[in-house]
Ligand binder design. Structure first.
Ligand code: IMP
Length: 193
């Protein structure tokens, strides 16, 4: 196997994952395979949504592929936005809108603990596998930093003084939900060669 599709339209995710994969493997985006369709995320769990995206691409485009689904679970909000992280402030909302909504809902809350969780769904020659990663941290009360994307400016990983938006991509990949899930994916891919 020399090619693998990452079934996402999120350029930030491709930027994060590409440098982690072994060099013999060419990572293709949805644009690379001419897939410009909107892929639904209709389920209530990260794993079901991740497989929805991976199966969509595998079945229609016949490429070995993987997809990730990520959620931010905030304890003071009973686990929200969770699986609804992408559209927390409504359909077609921006990262900015979502962050604003979380900051508003977290105003005055002393319980700040939260975690990012990622599930990666992989399909190789019709066989399905999944890998998970999580990182604990807290939601700060304002935005800080310009790196990363999504909720990064308000998420401070445990034992760090900076948010994910204030550290480098390399540093984020070492400890992040997606970095950890991707390392498991890579360890598995290495058993196939
Ligand atoms: P998705 O459904 O996996 O694309 O992720 C849901 C939403 O979670 C995204 O739209 C982002 O707002 C947010 N998200 C996913 N991964 C990250 C991350 O690494 N940092 C910050 N926010 C993220």
């Amino acid at each position: 196997m020399d090619k693998l599709v990452f079934a996402t339209n999120n350029k930030h995710k491709i930027t994060e994952v590409a440098p982690l994969l072994p060099s013999h493997l060419k990572l293709l985006s949805l644009a690379d395979i001419q897939c410009f369709e909107e892929i639904e995320e209709p389920h209530n769990t990260l794993i079901d949504n991740a497989f929805e995206k991976a199966r969509f691409v595998y079945n229609r485009y016949k490429y070995n592929c993987f997809a990730d689904d990520t959620g931010l679970e905030i304890d003071a909000l009973d686990g929200r936005p969770g699986v609804f992280s992408a559209r927390y402030a409504g359909e077609n909302c921006s990262f900015e809108d979502n962050v604003k909504k979380v900051l508003q809902e977290m105003q005055g809350k002393s319980l700040r603990s939260a975690r990012f969780k990622t599930v990666i769904a992989l399909i190789i020659d019709g066989k399905e596998y999944s890998f998970e990663g999580a990182v604990e941290g807290e939601i700060i009360d304002h935005k800080s930093g310009k790196e990363g994307f999504g909720y990064d400016p308000i998420f401070k990983p445990i034992a760090y003084t900076e948010t994910f938006a204030e550290i480098s991509l390399e540093e984020k990949n070492k400890i992040s939900h997606r970095g950890l899930a991707t390392k498991k994916l890579i360890a598995f891919l290495n058993t196939l060669v």
